[in-house]
Design a protein around this ligand. Structure first.
Ligand SMILES: Nc1ncnc2c1ncn2[C@@H]1O[C@H](COP(=O)(O)OP(=O)(O)OP(=O)(O)O)[C@@H](O)[C@H]1O
Ligand SMILES: [Mg+2]
Length: 773
């Protein structure tokens, strides 16, 4: 098992591939012992062999020397005697000795007496010597002796010794092997097994008694290690579980973070307000898309720059103080104005707040919400203007209502004054008194015009609308104006050739031109010279255009432009000039109604008026009137031709008015014109009379606003009885609800108070003439 584990470890670590071979410890130890012992034995044998051979050789050399002396002594006599026989016998006898392998004896002449050679070649010692007899050389001797036998004997002994040693060694080796196997390899194997158990996570190691202390100590350590590993593993497992839980939580947190970041980005992208996040030193860290649009810069260019460069009002110090202090407000909210690249004004509202995120050692950040309030500002301004405008209109309305309220009575009074003046004039013979009466009449006329002007501010009055070609119309008006203004003022008239037709009331348009020219001339009065410039041209407005009464819708207009070179209008009164009764000419009798009337008339024509003035250089008024298609019924002249009133022929005129003075005046006057007048101040009585005498009644002249039966009921009653009865309606109200009766009964004639006797008589003769066959 241990082996398998080890093999697995080896495999896992790829050690086998790297050339590592596993061996058994016991075998290795045995092999080591065998190798060491064999080497020692071999070395010993080699040394012993060499020493023994040398020793044997040395011994034999000494013996050879002794043997040489012996032979020399034995052969010196036979050789001196030349006794070859003896010499040979001696030699032959010597040959019986095993160790003598060669011998050669020569006489003094060098002749060989005897020679024997046993051809032995190994382990041989050679000796030779001359033989002397009494110092006389008698011959020579050469022999060789062999010590191979001793060597062989020694070798045999050595072999036996080797064999014995090998046997001993083998016994030792086996003993060592079994010892190692039993006492080292086995406990090691057990230890390895335990280690494998530990490596596999099985820490319950059985208590194993080891014979040797070392293994027991290792075992103790291993047990200790196992319990520690177990404890560690346990805590590791806990840590791992905790980490896993944390990782899971963190994963969820990361997912939530990612989602929140995506949400943040989406919100920031969609936000209409600019968002800038900056550090306490003013360095910008983040801007959203709206901020890019506001500053007309890319995020890359904005990030890193300083908010102080964008808003010089916000200094670095102020930002840092704010971020580092406990202050919660930053002069909230800041309102700044920027000018964009194309000189467009940007009104911004900036809300600055702290964002305490980031590293602990860092200062907080500031978040700036930048709102483009240009549109809101514009709208506020427009609303303000509109409020002023409505206020002015309400004022005009109030004045108009008041004026309309008093106009009726005032006109009645004027009618009486003018009527009686007229009567008095016709009856007067005294020239001086006639002059006074004329003065009264003139004053009455201007009073009437004044009332008319007051009324026309809010009530455009009856209009005889027709297509007017303004070119000849303006030309004629300017001709008239030229004749009445001082010669120091030069008049210039420029007109386009065609397309200058509008639909309107000629007398009112004339009034507009006269009022504006009068103002211009008055402005240049006292100057050495001045220019009154009147331009007439077509104007196509492609966008709503700001004018005195609000915004004029886009469309095709004809513009009457009246410019002067006067002192101009001071900007502080510019807003007031169209208000009724606003005048800077009180001392010279200005009423302050001129421009109010102009605006009222122009509005009644669905147009508007604009003014432009440069103090010291002059003023330009532009009147825009909607263009009409060129028609055939264009009026080139605005003067209505009234027929001279004819005298009555005793026709019965029923005259009804609640004002007895008017009734008295009218009765006298009409009777003087030849009419038979039946006058009533009580409308109910008048109705009764009409009911009874309808056949004789030629004309009904009635007031409208009366106590009892109002005029329109009376005339309807009369019309029911006699549908073709001519009716003249006298009224001091302009634009009253009565106008709808005018439309219903086209044969009604309307006479506005205050009227002159002549105009009433004219109206009478007109309606009666219509009936005449
Ligand atoms: N062309 C102009 N140049 C300078 N100021 C002008 C001009 N037109 C009008 N004004 C100013 O506007 C004011 C109002 O004019 P408006 O015509 O309504 O009244 P008025 O001229 O003062 O009186 P009235 O028209 O009754 O004579 C004038 O008093 C004058 O201050
Ligand atoms: Mg005026």
């Amino acid at each position: 098992m241990a082996e398998e584990g080890t093999k697995r470890v080896m495999m896992e670590h790829g050690l086998r591939e790297k050339g590592y071979r596993q061996k058994k410890l016991a075998s290795s130890l045995v092999m080591l012992c065998v190798t060491i012992m064999l080497t020692a034995v071999m070395m010993s044998l080699l040394i012993v062999g060499i020493l023994s051979v040398n020793f044997i050789k040395h011994e034999n050399m000494e013996e050879a020397d002794e043997y040489l002396n012996y032979l020399v002594n034995a052969l010196k006599v036979p050789l001196w005697r030349l006794d070859t026989e003896t010499t040979r016998d001696i030699c032959d006898s010597l040959l019986s000795a095993e160790y003598l392998v060669y011998i050669e004896v020569k006489d003094d002449l060098g002749n060989t007496i005897c020679k024997h050679d046993k051809k032995a070649a190994h382990f041989v010692i050679e000796r030779g010597s001359s033989v002397y007899y009494n110092s006389v050389p008698v011959g020579s001797l050469l022999f060789r002796i062999s010590y191979a036998y001793e060597i062989m004997t020694f070798m045999a002994w050595l072999g036996a010794a080797i064999l014995f040693v090998c046997l001993g060694l083998t016994a030792v080796v086996f003993t060592v092997y079994f010892f190692v196997q039993r006492n080292i390899a086995k406990p090691l194997g057990e230890l390895l097994e335990y280690m494998r158990m530990i490596s596999e996570g099985r820490y319950e190691i059985p208590a194993a008694p080891f014979k040797y202390e070392e293994f027991a100590t290792i075992m103790d350590f291993m047990t200790e290690m196992a319990s520690r590993i177990k404890a560690r593993e346990h805590s590791l497992k806990e840590i791992t579980d905790r980490l896993r839980r944390e990782v899971k939580l963190r994963g969820k947190a990361l997912e939530a973070l990612r989602e929140s970041e995506e949400k943040f980005r989406a919100v920031m992208y969609a936000a209409g307000d600019g968002v800038v996040i900056a550090r306490s030193d003013g360095r910008i860290e983040y801007v959203n898309r709206a901020a890019e649009v506001i500053f007309e810069m890319k995020s890359e260019d904005l990030v890193g720059s300083c908010v102080c460069d964008l808003f010089p009002e916000i200094s670095r110090e102020k930002l840092r103080d704010y971020v580092c202090s406990d202050k919660t407000d930053f002069d909230q909210p800041l309102e700044l104005t920027l000018w964009s690249g194309d000189k467009k004004r940007l009104d911004l509202e900036i809300t600055v707040s702290k964002a305490l995120y980031g590293q602990e050692d860092e200062d907080g950040r500031v978040i700036m919400i930048i709102r483009d309030i240009s549109l809101r500002r514009r709208m506020e301004k427009e609303r303000e203007e509109m409020r002023d405008h409505i206020h002015r209109l309400q004022k005009i309305e109030a004045i108009a209502t008041l004026a309309a309220g008093i106009a009726h009575d005032f006109n009645n009074v004027l009618t009486v004054i003018m009527g009686f003046t007229e009567l008095a004039k016709s009856a007067c013979k005294d020239g001086e008194i006639c002059g006074y009466l004329e003065q009264i009449e003139r004053a009455g006329t201007s009073a009437r015009d004044l009332v008319k002007q007051i009324l026309s501010i809010s009530r455009p009055g009856p209009s005889t609308l027709s297509d007017i070609d303004l070119k000849p119309f303006v030309k004629e008006t300017v001709k008239f104006i030229r004749s009445i203004i001082p010669s120091t003022i030069q008049v210039e008239l420029n007109m386009e050739d065609d397309g200058l037709v509008i639909r309107g009331d000629p007398s009112k348009i004339q009034q507009v031109i006269i009022n504006l020219c009068t103002n211009a001339v008055q402005a240049m009065e006292g100057m050495d010279e001045g220019i009154l410039k009147i331009n007439l041209y077509r104007q196509n407005l492609s966008a709503p255009t700001k004018c005195a009464s609000g915004f004029l819708p886009p469309g095709e207009y004809v513009c009457i432009e009246i410019a002067d070179t006067g002192p101009g209008i001071p900007s502080e009164i510019m807003d007031k000039i169209f208000d009724p009764y606003f005048t800077t000419k009180k001392s010279t009798g200005g009423t302050g109604l001129g421009l109010a009337v102009v605006r009222s008339i122009v509005s009644g024509h669905r147009g508007d008026i604009a003014v432009e003035s440069t103090p010291g250089r002059g003023t330009v008024f532009r009147v825009f009137l909607p263009r009409a298609a060129d028609g055939d019924d264009k009026l080139t002249s605005w003067d209505r031709v009234y027929e001279a009133p004819g005298k009555g022929r005793g026709q019965l005129v029923v005259f009804v008015d609640d004002d007895p003075l008017i009734v008295d005046m009218a009765k006298r006057a009409l009777e003087s014109w030849g009419y038979n007048v039946k006058a009533f101040t009580d409308s109910e009585k008048a109705q009764q009379y009409i009911g009874k005498n309808i056949g004789e009644v030629s004309v009904l002249v009635t007031d409208i606003t009366m106590p009892g039966i109002p005029g329109h009921r009376l005339l309807e009653y009369a019309k029911e009885l006699k549908p073709d009865l001519p009716v003249i309606v006298c009224t001091g109200y302009v634009g009253s609800p009565f106008e709808k009766y005018l439309k219903k009964h086209r044969d009604l004639k309307l006479v506005y108070k205050p009227y002159t006797i002549e105009s009433l008589a004219g109206a009478l003769s007109e309606v009666l003439n219509k009936l005449a066959p």
